[in-house]
Write a protein that binds this ligand. Sequence first.
Ligand SMILES: [Zn+2]
Length: 430
Amino acid sequence: MSSSKRNGNSTTGSRPNAQNIKKILLKKRIIEIFYKEGLKTIAELCETTNNSVPSITNIMNEMNREGWVNNFGIGESKGGRKPAIYGLNPRAGLIAAIDLSRKDSRIGVFNLHNEQVSDILEINDGLDTTDNILSILKKEMENLWKKNSIQKKEILGLGVTIPGLIDIKKGVSYSYPIFGNKPLKEVFGKQFGLPSTIEHDTKAMAVGESWFGLARDKSDVLFINIGSGIGLGIIINGKLYQGHSGFSGEFGHIQMDPDGHLCYCGKIGCLETIASGTALVKKARQMIREGKNSIISAKVDNKLEAIKLKTIVEAANQGDLFAIELIEEAGEYLAKGMSILIHLFNPEAIIIGGEMSEAGNLVTDPVQQKLNKYTMLRLKQDTTVLVSDLKEAAGLYGTLPIVVDSMLSRYFGNGAHGLNNGSEPHNGAS
Ligand SMILES: [Zn+2]
């Protein structure tokens, strides 16, 4: 589909008038409905958008010619003629996604049905391992396109997740000086030659859970990302909560131990210094060095520097007592922190995601047990603790509605609606 055809205004003449604007907004609304809810009949669209059958039929024909909409066959009759079913053309545009972490990263390409059109590629480089992460990502992304016969012109936009502090108003990273003082969307936009949107990693994962994961049908959910650090994504009334400056969810930096270790943030005894992947790895190395017996040593050929959170979780899943105890102890402190969150937010569910999610019950059992100790019974009873089933892919999935929202604003202007899962792209493509 050519870019001129994609323009919401393409078939309605160049001079916008009230009727044209109404039509453009209706097209945008219909794309949002299809994207969020899947296939629909004309009757269903009439009801949701409060329009007549002839006008929706006309719009469907027009959007079909433009390449946005496909006819997906005939549905079940509810009495009378069987209705035609419409939905988004999955190839109307593709979304490239990058989930950039400190030590590694993941990339993938998806269609407008949120289906993978490429493998999800894991790259063993991240923000902390190289100064050339941007060019590495570009090269790997272009290879991925080539391998899957994807043309760059098919890509509607690039969604990127990154860790650390991101200023919601300026769109700059306060944690990674390699990006300079420039808005991240400009840095990535220039590097890839694509409209780019940026979201904080844990927040993107929370959006992923909210659209595609265990938080899908829930409106008040907390998502805890446990990897090298500990982050929190807050979904309130079905929307992502950003906070005044975009810094909400720095759960890992609340103090747990006033006499504890120095955290990289400059404070003492943060939750991250006790229960994060980095803390667990540090402790495992130290205790094994001091003679602790564990299959972890064999897993890394006694090269203790090679221990990662993944190694510990794998060992625990194989029944290694030391690894299980490490996770159990982290669980106790996590529960202490989570009890504060439960008292403050009264969430329907807390989802544990990130690398730690691979530990499953080994992390949720001790958490559940200790929540009994720290949380008021009534509140505890109303909160379920779950382990993410999207696991590490949550971040990539979370970028998709954010990119689509930004693309819709670009092609159709800022209407009254918006996908509005709180996934408002705060520094989305302009
Ligand atoms: Zn800290």
